[in-house]
Design a protein around this ligand. Structure first.
Ligand code: MN
Length: 195
């Protein structure tokens, strides 16, 4: 069984204002993530997935057509926990490797924004490392997650409407800009690059 306490925020709900409101954090972490955790607990009881580590539930259920709901909820738990770890109001420098891979910080921001803006409907934009050790910007639809595709997640932004609607309504590009320029915890990103 999982609980919300295993996925705490590293900041208090007010800390990301004005770029992300206290209300958004309270709903997003306290309601949306909590619901995915509850659904996962309800679904995996009495299945072979019960009590496996979260990453294993995801990679195994990804290959099991009969476990689609378990995959969706487990992946959403992973994705949200990873997303919240990507956020901080404290300024940190964008890692050299990203600047070198994409030419400049601005070029990285532009490419990430373009991918994140283009997600049709609900999904996620990611910086990942592929099997050739290259950094790539990709999107995943709905609950899908890089770890189901042998890609190592480095950074993400949630572009489901619930991530931004209270603060930005339909202006997803403004939300993405605000996060990229003000709220990315580059120290966490750097740790992922070095793992
Ligand atoms: Mn979300």
């Amino acid at each position: 069984m999982f609980s919300l306490n295993q996925f705490p925020l590293a900041f208090s709900a007010k800390d990301l204002e004005p770029y992300m409101s206290e209300q958004t954090i309270n709903f997003h972490h306290g309601k949306h993530l909590a619901t995915y955790i509850k659904n996962l607990n309800d679904l995996f009881q009495d299945t072979k997935y019960a009590d496996l580590p979260l990453n294993e539930i995801i990679t195994k259920s990804a290959k099991d057509e009969s476990a689609k709901k378990i995959f969706n909820n487990a992946a959403q738990v992973f994705n949200h926990n990873f997303f919240f770890k990507c956020l901080s109001k404290e300024k940190s420098p964008i890692p050299e490797e990203i600047i070198n891979s994409f030419g400049s910080a601005d070029s990285f921001f532009e490419q990430f924004k373009s991918v994140a803006t283009s997600v049709f409907g609900s999904g996620w934009a990611w910086l990942v490392r592929d099997a050739n050790n290259e950094l790539k910007i990709i999107s995943t639809a709905n609950a899908d997650t890089p770890i189901a595709h042998d890609l190592k997640p480095i950074m993400t932004i949630d572009v489901w409407e619930h991530a931004y609607y209270l603060d930005y309504q339909n202006r997803r590009p403004d939300f993405i800009d605000a996060i990229l320029k003000n709220l990315i915890n580059w120290n966490f990103v750097k740790e992922n690059l070095e793992k």
